[in-house]
Design a protein around this ligand. Structure first.
Ligand SMILES: N[C@@H](CCC(=O)N[C@@H](CS)C(=O)NCC(=O)O)C(=O)O
Length: 95
């Protein structure tokens, strides 16, 4: 099972692009992707330690960071939609 965490800023246009894509294309995504708001400096520090860059959006896939909104959407678009709303992804808590 794959764990997904999306680091984002609420008002970042690149983050909105990813979130809007999810809303449109992956019903049920909220249950599968944990959101972490990086406007909290502790969360951004966590992302920087994990991924090496202080930039959002960043999708962390089983601990591996994927930066760049276009790359994130391309990655998500290549996934079989069935895990979203299905039962093959971990539902993470917190954030
Ligand atoms: N090319 C990137 C641009 C992302 C970007 O510029 N993100 C800004 C927020 S809108 C950022 O993380 N800035 C660093 C900061 O605020 O510390 C993408 O498409 O994801």
């Amino acid at each position: 099972m794959t764990e997904y965490i999306l680091y984002y800023y609420p008002y970042c246009p690149y983050c909105r692009k990813v979130l809007d894509w999810l809303v449109k294309n992956r019903p049920g995504w909220e249950a599968e992707i944990e959101l972490r708001d990086a406007t909290d400096v502790k969360v951004m520090d966590e992302l920087a330690a994990l991924g090496g860059e202080r930039q959002v959006p960043c999708l962390v896939i089983d601990g591996d960071p994927l930066y760049e909104s276009a790359d994130i959407i391309a990655y998500l678009g290549g996934l079989d939609p069935s895990p979203f709303g299905g039962e093959t992804c971990t539902i993470t808590q917190g954030g």
